[in-house]
Design a protein around this ligand. Sequence first.
Ligand code: PAP
Length: 325
Amino acid sequence: METPDSDTKLQNQLIINSSPKKQKWCGHEFLYEFNGFWFTKTYLETTQEMVETFKPLPTDIILASFPKTGTTWLKALLYSITHRSPQDDAVLSLNHPQELIPSLETNLYPRKRAQASVDEFLHEKEGRILSTHAPHQILRDLLNSCDCKIVYITRNPKDTLVSLWHFLQKLEGVGDDPWELEAAVDQFCDGVVPFGPYYDHVLAYREESLARPHKVLFVTYEELKENPRVHVRRLGEFLGCPFGGGDGDEEVEKIVKMCSFEVLSKQEVNKSSELSGSGFPLPYNAFFRRGEVGDHLRYLGDEMIRKIDHLTTLKFYGCGFHYGI
Ligand code: PAP
């Protein structure tokens, strides 16, 4: 996953940060602490590079999320909501959502030096949709530097963790040193997972959405599942491309269906076990597993659930956010 080049750069950052904390994670990976959050070596480098050089535009839409909370789904939705002409209809059946909307730290910054096309993408003026898993605490100045719109999706912590745990089983090299579920629960609760702590990540974007509702829209995976039509309309309005009545209802219906787990996960491109061009050493199909609310009940024992719920009560309920249990 890492390159010799990233090693050198990391060394320099480690010197600047004096003594960053480092913790063993899963497989052969370590995580490094930066401004209170944990990153793999690659993400530490690319996130720092992005913070130093990325210039959002007022016309940008930034999809922000903690990993495994519904990013792929929201990518499909944002793309469809903002591209509604008949010739756009086939795009989702031919392209993986992760490739339609690039991730700043996964796709754009690691290759920025090497790929002219990426530079070109970053210099596009209108209608860019970009995603990031970076926490608001680290991006605050950058995101507040212009009037770009931010859509943040979150998902209940137990399903998020279970989804992350499954995803990482598919990562090359993890098989030699499996990430046991007990260890995953402990590390998740300690916040030592990529882009963690999860709770701090969610709360900062939520706070920002309450303070600046015209700039940040906060949506949960569960509410999107429960009533996708309402939230597709809400997204359209927030992004300045509302749906009317009549034809609007049909358009909403079409988008909800096109982006549903049932339809997307059956597209050939999304079923493919080829290595994806998403920047992860993972196949295309790794982004579609079960797509359900409450899947954690199949995997987490009572004690694990108690531990996560206890933390959720302290962190979320303690802040008046009654979510995640
Ligand atoms: P990422 O952070 O690596 O981009 P992300 O897309 O946020 O991953 O999360 C993947 C989860 O979203 C998977 O959940 P699961 O492991 O619990 O199954 C995946 O199945 C789910 N997912 C992908 N597409 C959809 C969709 N269209 N509707 C609902 N869930 C989806």
